[in-house]
Design a protein around this ligand. Structure first.
Ligand code: URA
Length: 433
């Protein structure tokens, strides 16, 4: 078998065999197939598409390219959650303790902020002392002990994805659904869970700007997961405006804790309950979705989810007193208030622009490896549909360093006022099973 033959077959619209795909992926990871051939493969796959069988084979070959978490010592049905990324998306911080509190073990490998989107690892690291570089053994032991662990994947987890993703980024081949599915699912497989709930976001702040694209991606994620022998559900959520009122690392930790205390914004709470309930349903903890909703909702009312969150923080080296004392989180020194220039109904504040504003203020990364200011963030005072008056404060932006003008300009651009009614914006759009 030769790489050129595989490339020619895909270029001409042929369907690759599992053997050919595995040969190619292994060759790339071992350095026997150079980057320029890997890039050509990605472009051919992008242009010609991949069948479901090819996507499945690519997912498996990528998952097998490195080490995996072995959760077999953990009793019960293990669940994982994956978000395609958004702005103000603190759902993992709320959902995981809820699910763990009803006895569903969760091990999750999470990412960092990049571009306008946030990352769970950075959010957790805004809690003083919180360690995210757990070894695979530490993750498994922690899930055995407290039912929950979140860590950054080490270099040994799906090395094929690291190579392919970097090449996709520079060859305009990121937004191919089969390539996205193989990238996400190979990492989920390496995470060792039995079932997945995917949060696929649609809107300006998401990877998939339209609901149609998000639905196609959600459907493919669920179909390929099932072919892999996993239980899976995808929830489509709206990312036209950010989730909740808080965007930025420490800001989002605060808002997530408020939800765990039974308060917080309705949209975050509603989406978190739905996500946790879908996980409970897949894990067999309830017969119907209503029963599952009651079960997980009770973890908020009883304080069990908050208690689990504090236990989790402490176990990963963080200061659990943070749940009662937000002053323990990084405190900003600079602030800017953005005000309304005219009266009207507020359009949904643009998620992408707000994400970019937070990034420019230091709360995110332009490129991988950039340092981050955990205190930088935005608090929205209003969301879409609110009646506002000239001079109303619309948002507060904070940071540890002086806030650059370009960050303020982005934030200002995120707010538009209209004379017309703004229809109610649902957070959960649909569920794909
Ligand atoms: N998230 C991933 O992990 N991979 C992709 O390709 C896109 C989003």
């Amino acid at each position: 078998m030769r790489a050129q033959e595989i490339l020619a077959k895909k270029r001409d619209g042929g369907v690759l065999t599992e053997e050919e795909i595995r040969y190619f992926v292994n060759g790339v990871v071992r350095g026997e197939i150079p980057d320029y051939q890997a890039a050509a493969f990605l472009m051919a796959a992008y242009v010609r598409g991949l069948t479901e069988e090819e996507t499945l084979a690519l997912t498996l070959a990528m998952a097998d390219s490195g080490e995996k978490l072995d959760l077999s010592s953990v009793p019960g049905f293990k669940m994982d959650k994956h978000s395609t990324g958004g702005v103000g998306d603190k759902l993992t911080l709320v959902v995981l303790p809820m699910v763990a509190a009803v006895g569903i073990p969760v091990a999750k490998l999470s990412g960092r902020a990049l571009g306008h989107t946030g990352g769970t690892i950075d959010k957790l690291e805004s809690i003083p002392g919180f360690r995210t570089n757990l070894t695979r053994e530490e993750i498994v032991r922690q899930v055995e002990d407290i039912g929950l662990a979140v860590a950054e994947p080490g270099e040994e987890i799906v090395p094929a994805d690291k190579i392919f993703y970097a090449l996709r980024d520079v060859t305009a081949t990121v937004d191919s659904k089969p390539l996205i599915v193989a990238s996400i699912l190979s990492k989920k497989l390496a995470g060792g869970a039995d079932g997945f709930v995917f949060d696929v976001k649609a809107g300006s702040g998401a990877f998939m700007p339209t609901e149609e694209d998000a639905r196609e991606l959600a459907t493919l994620l669920v179909r390929i997961s099932k072919k892999l022998g996993k239980r899976a559900t995808a929830i489509l959520t709206n990312m036209i405006q950010p989730h909740g009122y808080e965007i930025g690392n420490a800001n989002e930790v605060r808002e997530a804790i408020e939800v765990l205390k039974g308060g917080g914004p309705d949209d975050v709470k509603g989406a978190a309950v739905r996500m946790a309930a879908e996980m409970a349903l897949l894990a067999g903890k309830a017969e119907t979705i209503l029963e599952a909703v009651r079960l997980v909702d009770d973890t908020l009312a009883s304080g069990a989810a908050l208690e689990k969150f504090a236990e989790w923080v402490e176990r990963q080296g963080g200061d659990p007193r943070v749940v009662d004392d937000y002053e323990l989180l990084p405190q900003p020194e600079y602030e800017v208030i953005v005000g309304a220039e005219r009266e009207g109904i507020l359009m949904p504040p643009d998620a992408r622009l707000i994400g970019e504003a937070v990034m420019l203020a230091g709360g995110g990364r332009r490129k991988k490896g950039d340092p981050i200011d955990h205190a930088a963030g935005v608090t929205l005072y209003y969301r879409g549909g609110s009646k506002i008056f000239r001079g109303d404060a619309l948002a507060r932006m904070v940071a540890s360093q002086e806030i650059p003008d370009e960050a303020v300009e982005k934030l200002v651009q995120a707010f538009k006022v209209t004379e017309e009614d703004v229809t109610c914006i649902q957070t959960v759009i649909d569920v794909v099973r």
